[in-house]
Design a protein around this ligand. Structure first.
Ligand SMILES: *Cc1c(COP(=O)(O)O)cnc(C)c1O
Length: 375
């Protein structure tokens, strides 16, 4: 089906074409100088000490758990209202995910009280996910983590330009993980980054990103090194310089992108305010947010009613999505399942409406008009 209003559109133009072409013309296309320039620019943007670019955010999450020495027998507290990668990474290292519910129908991120209630003597870490770019309650979560000696990993895939009390998300816990997949705020098709203020973690991330080898091909090609040793069992989680240049170009657009999303979100909220059948989560949220998506929650609804609303929006040419089907309900997670009533309701009754840089005011008027008519 061809939608008149898609859920998402890339914020790409001639800058990205040129950035990719320049790398191709240089004939050094794998990881090299562009990735370094991006890493430096990303540390400046986030005001964090180290950034390690990798092939995707899932790899960054896997590396984060490896670096923090989390393994079989350990428990990691995770959200269920997230993309499945957040939880899969826990299984990659053999640890067990312990699902927590969200805070409320207005705040879809992990409930600090539920985190506290699920801590056991096996708990080693919490992975928080900043839903839609809106910050988790990091004050409370960091304080619980300190009390119980837990690591905090931030899945900041939605939050490349979000803040919590003026500090960029992804830089508050021990390690932050970002995604540059095609539909994220900034994108290079497939890409990610691990960020940290801890020098040892950054060093380990660099080693594990490239087979545990002590030098990179680029350094050897430039004569900076002639041989290498392999000192730990690493992976090939590298990103290439074509993507490095693309994501660098996208980083230049990020501030304008965030500002535009904030403006568009304001228009959505204006059209939907005081509607008795809809909850607009985070409607009173005030901090800087990346506004990755625009979610709404249907009140007193069912999954069938929600799917019906989505079908009718599709017939109007409007693409929607669901963020997210609950992870604890997937077949491979049934053995870890538990009672998460708020997550279950949101997974069945949430609708994600279109939001992207080039979306126009009249598109939002059309979408909200259609939505109000349908419900
Ligand atoms: C997109 C996403 C990921 C995975 O990112 P990739 O770069 O595709 O591996 C992880 N967590 C969340 C919350 C995401 O939205």
């Amino acid at each position: 089906m061809n939608y008149t209003i898609p859920l998402f559109d890339l914020h790409y133009d001639h800058d990205e074409s040129l950035a990719a072409k320049n790398v191709i013309d240089s004939k050094w296309i794998s990881m090299g100088p562009q990735v370094k320039v991006f890493e430096n620019a990303f540390t400046k943007h986030l005001n964090v000490k180290y950034a390690v670019a990798v092939c995707n955010c899932t790899a960054a999450l896997h590396l984060a758990l490896l670096i923090l020495d989390i393994s079989r027998g350990d428990e990691v507290i995770v959200p269920s209202l997230t993309f499945v990668a957040t939880v899969n990474a826990v299984r990659y290292v053999g640890a067990s995910p312990v699902f927590c519910d969200v805070t409320s129908f207005n705040d879809f991120s992990l409930d600090p009280d539920d985190i506290r209630s699920k801590i056991t003597n096996k708990t080693k870490a919490v992975i928080v996910m900043h839903y839609g770019g809106f910050a988790c309650n990091m004050g409370k979560i960091m304080s619980i983590a300190r009390d119980h000696n837990l690591y905090v990993i931030e899945d900041a895939a939605h939050a490349p330009d979000s803040e919590y009390q003026k500090q960029k998300l992804g830089t508050i816990g021990d390690i932050g993980c970002f995604s540059f997949f095609s539909n994220k705020n900034i994108s290079c098709a497939e890409g990610g980054a691990l960020v940290t203020n801890n020098e040892e973690y950054a060093h380990k991330a660099r080693l594990l990103r490239s087979h545990g080898m002590t030098t990179l091909s680029f350094d050897r090609a430039k004569g900076h090194a002639t041989e290498y040793d392999v000192i730990s069992l690493g992976y090939n989680y590298r990103i290439d310089d074509i993507r490095g240049a693309l994501i660098l170009s996208q980083l230049d657009k990020l501030k304008a992108d965030t500002d535009k999303r904030k403006y568009l979100r304001g228009i959505y909220c204006e059209h939907l305010k005081n509607n008795p059948k809809i909850i607009v989560p985070y409607d009173l949220y005030e901090e800087r947010t990346s506004d990755y998506i625009f979610p709404i929650l249907l009140k007193d609804s069912t999954e069938e009613k929600r799917n019906n609303v989505r079908d009718q929006l599709r017939r109007e040419g409007i693409e929607t999505s669901v963020h997210y089907p609950a992870v604890h309900r997937f077949s491979i997670y049934r053995q870890f399942s538990c009672q998460l009533p708020k997550t279950d309701y949101i997974a069945k009754n949430e609708i994600t409406l279109p939001l992207f840089y080039s979306l126009e005011e009249e598109n939002i008027a059309h979408i909200t008009f259609a939505l109000k008519k349908i419900i």
